[in-house]
Design a protein around this ligand. Structure first.
Ligand code: 6UN
Length: 502
């Protein structure tokens, strides 16, 4: 298999770029480039690509072609037609597998092995999941005899919501973009994708995939943009948008909600988290240590589902603490293309500074640093990147800022608890409510504890194990709504209930 190496040369010659510049894709074509912004490698700190900067005119054009497409041939497609198209897109994503791996790795510095096993396969999987769902989607229907003896048949039909803004973050770019675009298209909507300015590459390859799969023009649109007041904000506040789906920080979520309020736009938010792991004394400690190492350090801790608070029953606290600390110290550094690499850089120097500021805050708050706590030195180009040490902290209470605020890096804080109630209460002491893990060998305890946790997602003796039909999302500051299975169909479609008197 061709080694993954991302460079403008690789992108050059693909329709998505011009002179190594990533382009917008609007109305079925890649637009000529004028203003651009740089894409910096998180591995070396060097500029690797230029990206077209979307302005008001770009966004306006995208919204109008997307609206026009809503009423073109696309409107006359059946669920089966759209399922067939989603399957073609999945096939084309699989054909571009290595380019997508290279794109994700270049943009994020994540390991090739993770991109090959987690990020990129989920692209095709998301499209296949929603193709299956929409092809066999039953209609909701009831037969009624009312109290006054009248009889009726009620059935509900789905129609698309309309033009959907898809705003996605930089941590799992392809996974999250396809997680939203697939159901949106399945339900007959048209979309405008605004990827993070940090991760423009896989979205551009996705546009090439759409082009190659002959998605009708205007159905899928891609607009790049950089920073506040740019394409992202222009898109989510645009009068021509009917619904907004966003994954990212809670603060950005509430800003989007404010701009959506005027037009009463439907919003689907998957936001931040401060996820807890509950490790009971009766857990299989090997599994709990391995699983928590994964849930803390995967993708450099840059996954909304990652664990940042580890609550351990007192009887096994010392052993678990020492074993997790060893795992943190043994995390392997390496270049992204090295299949054994586990430590990846933060997405940018700015984000690394944020994570590092929490490492310093933790010591100011009185924490013990059991592993990491700083920045590694390589003695090569990676010293120009945004690397940071995997870190394990202990010694603080639930009220510490390090235990309340999302850090979004390769770091966790360990805290002991005595009994089940204390574990649940401590886990629930959070403004967030996204994900949790429960490690126990007592099946009754698992079923007792999981539903008591104020989280949208609870994994028992596992983490990030996904059935794409199950409800996915968070409560409290972690989000609004659920994605996955029919929950996505409900967000990406309007229902019309038809009542016929019999
Ligand atoms: O696994 C999923 O479907 C998903 O949405 C993951 C989200 C992770 C966010 O950081």
């Amino acid at each position: 298999m061709r080694a993954a190496r991302w460079s403008p040369e690789l992108m050059a010659g693909q329709p998505g770029t011009e002179r190594g510049v990533l382009r917008h894709y609007v109305g079925g074509r890649f637009l000529p480039v004028d203003a651009t912004f740089p894409k910096i490698s998180p591995v070396t700190g060097r500029m690797i690509l230029e990206v077209a900067e979307g302005d008001e005119e770009t966004v306006d054009t995208a919204v109008s072609v997307a609206r026009r497409a809503l009423h073109g041939p696309w409107a006359r497609t059946s669920p089966d037609d759209r399922a067939a198209l989603l399957r073609r897109i999945a096939d084309e994503l699989e054909r571009r597998h290595e380019d997508l791996v290279a794109a994700e790795v270049a943009d994020t510095g994540k390991s090739v092995s993770q991109a090959r096993t987690l990020d990129v396969p989920r692209g095709a999987a998301n499209f296949r999941a929603f193709a299956d769902l929409i092809a066999g989607a039953p209609l909701e229907a009831f037969q009624t005899t009312t109290a006054d003896g009248r009889r009726a048949l009620n059935y509900a039909v789905r129609r698309p919501v309309g033009v959907v803004a898809v705003v996605v973050p930089w941590n799992l770019p392809l996974l999250l973009t396809t997680w939203k675009v697939a159901p949106a298209l399945a339900c007959g909507n048209t979309v405008i994708v605004k990827p993070s300015e940090e991760t423009p590459s896989s979205a551009t390859v996705l546009a090439e995939v759409m082009d190659r799969a002959s998605v009708p023009e205007g159905v899928f649109n891609l607009v790049h943009g950089h920073g506040p007041g740019a394409a992202g904000e222009l898109l989510t506040s645009h009068a021509g948008i009917d619904a907004i789906t966003f994954t990212g920080e809670s603060g950005t979520g509430s800003a989007i909600m404010r701009s959506a309020a005027a037009g009463l736009k439907a919003v689907s938010f998957e936001l931040g988290g401060k996820n807890a792991a509950l490790v009971f004394a009766d857990a299989d400690l090997d599994a709990a240590v391995a699983g928590t190492t994964r849930s803390v350090f995967t993708n450099g801790g840059q996954v909304c589902l990652c664990t940042e608070r580890v609550l351990v029953q007192r009887a096994v606290f010392a052993e678990f603490r020492d074993r997790l600390t060893d795992q943190a110290r043994q995390q392997r550094y390496g270049w992204p293309a090295d299949p054994h690499t586990q430590v990846i850089p933060m997405i940018s120097h700015g984000h690394r500074d944020k994570v590092l500021s929490y490492y310093h805050l933790a010591t100011q708050e009185g924490a013990t640093v059991l592993a990491g706590g700083g920045v590694p030195t390589f003695g090569d180009d990676r010293d120009g990147g945004a690397y940071i040490q995997p870190t394990v902290l202990a010694g603080l209470g639930s009220d510490a800022r390090v235990n309340r605020e999302e850090i979004f890096g390769p770091v966790c804080h360990l805290q002991p608890f005595d009994d089940e109630d204390e574990a649940v209460q401590t886990a629930n002491e959070s403004d967030y409510g996204l994900a949790a893990t429960v490690w126990t060998s007592d099946v009754h305890r698992a079923h007792r504890v999981a539903p008591r946790l104020e989280a949208g997602l609870v994994w028992v003796n596992s983490w990030f194990l996904r059935d794409l039909r199950s409800p996915f999302g968070g409560m409290k500051a972690s989000g609004i709504g659920r994605e996955g299975g029919r929950h996505s169909l409900d967000f990406y479609s309007e229902l019309t209930n038809v009542c016929v008197e019999l």
